[in-house]
Write a protein that binds this ligand. Structure first.
Ligand code: AHG
Ligand code: MN
Ligand code: MN
Length: 345
């Protein structure tokens, strides 16, 4: 990794320097990441104007997985398409807002990469001016022919060549990995540039925070209920009680825990056995970031998220993600409680 000392480093400079450390790189991924940074600026501009631009509110439609579509969801989704459709770097796209794959229009050249994205994450927070985000995941094309297919999209997270997110908070920050560490860039609005602000992010090995929506607790498996009860008990030796922090905006919740340490979970429930979060558009990319930062990401049922091969575009998956020790601890706790419950039945 290049050393940047205290110089100002734009995201373009950084990505280019990173590419130079990989002889033989064609530069296509580099350009694709620039495009992501451009989309991030376009969406950030709109998000910052949201209260002014009469853009708040809902379109009246529901998306592929049944959520209300906010106008900003739609704006962000279109912004990604408009930047990405004609560059010749992609063969296909997939978005949380579309039921099927998004083809590259006939008239444009096709490239070797696949882009999957959640254009606007945490959109229930838009009207309250709380943090929202964009999540992206990049795979290499694996099928023959120039057009990308569903098969190109249904790859396990371990095959991602890059992943990241943009958080539209008090400032806009873009965090990404290409498998060589995690780097964060903060948008300087006066320059219109993302500047390196968080080089080589490492998440703490353990934390004091747990993040979940406890409203679902009555429908959780007993072991998960017992785990959250345990987190609230007092025991200094095991850093308890822990603090609850939950925005309901995955990018915001994830980014905070990445920097401060802790654990986030969205388990399955009676109503939603696979939880709520989408494997391809949300969970896989954040899992790659988390592991690259030294954390762990699993489904709480014995599987590493990045090893799961998706069978459908909008597949949901239970999630337990965060600091390594906290995830290990949660897994061990759940296993022990499950064994007790199994013994009783
Ligand atoms: P999206 O806005 O893209 O549909 O995602 C919302 C997701 C995610 O951001 C968040 O972690 C989760 O929904 C919150 O769900 P609950 O409201 O059930 O807690
Ligand atoms: Mn989302
Ligand atoms: Mn979304």
């Amino acid at each position: 990794m290049p050393v940047h000392s205290s110089r100002l480093v734009t995201i373009e400079r950084f990505i280019l320097d990173e590419e130079k450390t990989h002889p033989g790189a064609s530069g296509e991924l580099t350009n694709l990441l620039y495009d992501v940074a451009l989309v991030a600026k376009i969406i950030a501009r709109e998000v910052n104007r949201a209260g002014l631009a009469d853009i708040l509110g809902e379109t009246g439609d529901v998306n592929a997985t049944g959520d209300d579509v906010k106008l900003l969801d739609e704006y962000a989704d279109k912004a990604v398409f408009r930047v990405m459709d004609h560059t010749g770097r992609l063969c296909v796209m997939g978005s949380e807002e579309h039921e099927g794959i998004i083809k590259i229009p006939e008239r444009f050249p096709k490239g070797k990469y696949v882009l999957l994205f959640d254009p606007l994450d945490g959109s229930s927070n838009i009207d309250s001016n709380a943090s929202i985000g964009t999540i992206f995941s990049i795979h290499r094309k694996v099928t023959y022919g120039s057009d990308g297919t569903v098969e190109d999209c249904l790859q396990p997270g371990s095959r991602q060549v890059a992943a990241g997110y943009v958080l539209y908070g008090p400032s806009t920050i873009l965090v990404y990995t290409t498998g060589h560490g995690v780097h964060g860039f903060t948008l300087d609005p006066s320059l219109g540039e993302f500047l390196l602000s968080h080089p080589n992010i490492k998440t703490p090995d353990e934390g004091k925070i747990y993040s979940c929506n406890e409203q679902n607790r009555a429908d959780w498996e007993p072991a998960w209920r017992e785990y959250t009860d345990w987190l609230k008990e007092k025991d200094a030796a095991t850093r308890r009680p822990r603090s609850t922090r939950y925005i309901g905006s995955l990018v915001g919740d994830f980014h905070r825990n990445l920097l401060y340490g802790g654990v986030f979970f969205y388990p399955g429930s009676v109503k939603r056995p696979q939880g709520k979060l989408r494997l391809l558009y949300e969970v896989s990319p954040l899992s790659m970031i988390c592991e690259q930062a030294g954390g762990r990401s699993v489904d709480g049922l014995g599987h590493r998220i990045l090893d799961i091969t998706p069978s459908e575009l909008h597949q949901r998956v239970p999630l337990l993600i965060g600091s390594k020790k906290d995830v290990d601890e949660a897994e061990a706790f759940l296993a022990a409680r499950r064994a007790v419950h199994a013994g009783k039945s």
